[in-house]
Design a protein around this ligand. Structure first.
Ligand code: DI6
Ligand code: FE
Length: 399
């Protein structure tokens, strides 16, 4: 078999077929960025490769996928963090002009180039741990112009770094100050102006919203989802993070790719997600950082067969986290997810949460050759360690 590159002497976790898919003595071959062979050396065809990479028994997983981030934003909220350590409440900080509104101000004040420059170190940190696909949300612009600027900045990141960027429009993230007291009016702008315009410019791959007491009501979210559906875009939802507004059921009704957070999800929500094939994206960084005490119903999701993804939720307010590996450890330690569930959560299930299951997330013939090669003795080490990075090589689209 002719190919561009073949990786030999490898142990593989293919993540195909619903489990981690261990191959003890494996080979991966790729041509034009696509996998052309993956499996045991025994029985593999002979390869005539332009390049052979001997992996010395290292483990290869699919390139990791961070399927929920707010990577692009102006400023940070370190000062707010200090105020909270000194006893201030989230509401007090918000009233003093802090909270999410302060990030909106800083984001609106930043040029597209500044947004790209400030996000780059965060993106580089994720890539250094084997991330080959990252989702990036808008949602700190909250106007047609500023939301568009965030989405264009996300597109630029995907052009200046070897990484796949999935762009999600999150116009219904918070109420901008100029619409105070008029959430319905703001949603009208989201559905009549922002979604049609930004979709026509090809700036987004999915539409998200924040369904919460401090976000938007289910009936407002429904309007957003109808507008997304009208332009042919899939939806996802920040649901049941702080309370149970039955957002996951609403999202499942629209065949959402994912419902995210889910600490307050109930049995009816789990059943609706299982029926719709909606992925549960769990975000242990936010759970940890806001010192949440209610756990997401991992056992119920597991029993119902709902695929679980894991992501950093990298954002300045509730999860200033840029380590996908630490996120794995948190999912295991805080949420009691198994090693296999954690690894599927940043590969196959994360791809599904982005509607990219056909393209990446598993090692299978025909998919993009996105690999992470690890200097570990056993896969559990990827989840077990805290603050240690055993990445040996990262491969995106065969390179
Ligand atoms: N849930 C969150 O945890 C973040 N957004 C959301 O919908 C918080 C965003 C922020 O505080 O800046
Ligand atoms: Fe989020």
């Amino acid at each position: 078999m002719h190919c561009d590159t073949v990786w030999t002497e490898a142990r593989l976790l293919t993540m195909a077929g619903g489990d981690v898919g261990v191959v003890e003595d494996g080979v991966v071959a790729a041509t034009d960025g696509r996998i052309t062979y993956v499996g045991p050396r025994d029985g593999a065809p002979g390869f005539q490769a332009r390049e052979t990479v001997a992996c010395g028994g290292r483990w290869i997983t699919p390139g990791l996928i961070d399927c929920h981030t707010h990577l692009i934003h102006g400023g940070d909220r370190a000062h707010e963090f200090e105020l909270r350590l000194a006893g201030a409440s989230y509401e007090e900080i918000a009233r003093a002009g802090g909270g999410i509104v302060s990030t909106v101000k800083a984001t609106r004040a930043a040029s597209e180039a500044q947004l790209v420059a400030s996000a780059l170190p965060r993106l580089d940190a994720l890539m250094a741990e084997g991330v080959t696909t990252v989702e990036i949300k808008s949602g700190y612009g909250l106007s047609l112009e500023a939301e568009g600027r965030m989405l264009r900045a996300a597109g630029q990141l995907g052009r200046i770094r070897p990484v796949r960027v999935a762009r999600t429009f999150l116009g219904a993230h918070a109420l901008p100050p100029e619409h105070a007291g008029d959430a319905d009016g703001y949603i009208t702008r989201v559905v009549e102006e922002m979604i049609p315009t930004l979709a026509a410019e090809g700036l987004m791959d999915a539409v998200d919203a924040f369904c919460e007491g401090i976000g938007f009501t289910p009936s407002q979210v429904r309007r957003v989802f109808e507008a997304a559906t009208a332009v042919g875009l899939p939806v996802k939802l920040h649901a049941e993070q702080l309370s149970n507004l039955h957002g996951a059921e609403l999202a499942a009704g629209f065949k959402a790719l994912s419902a995210d957070h889910l600490e307050h999800l109930d049995a009816a929500g789990i059943a609706a997600m299982a029926r719709a094939g909606t992925v549960a994206t769990l975000l242990p960084g936010a759970y940890y950082f806001v010192r949440e005490t209610v756990l997401p119903p991992v056992e119920g999701l597991r029993a119902a067969g709902v695929p679980m993804a894991i992501a950093t939720d990298c954002n300045p307010g509730t999860s200033p986290l840029t380590s996908i590996l630490l996120t794995l450890n948190m999912a295991a330690t805080l949420f009691r997810m198994t090693v296999s569930e954690c690894l599927l959560g940043v590969t196959a299930h994360a791809a599904q949460a982005l509607g990219l299951g056909h393209e990446t997330g598993t090692l299978e013939v025909g998919k993009s050759c996105d690999l992470a090669i690890w200097d570990v003795e056993r896969p559990a080490e990827l989840v077990y360690r805290m603050g240690f990075n055993p990445l040996y090589r990262r491969v995106w689209r065969g390179k």
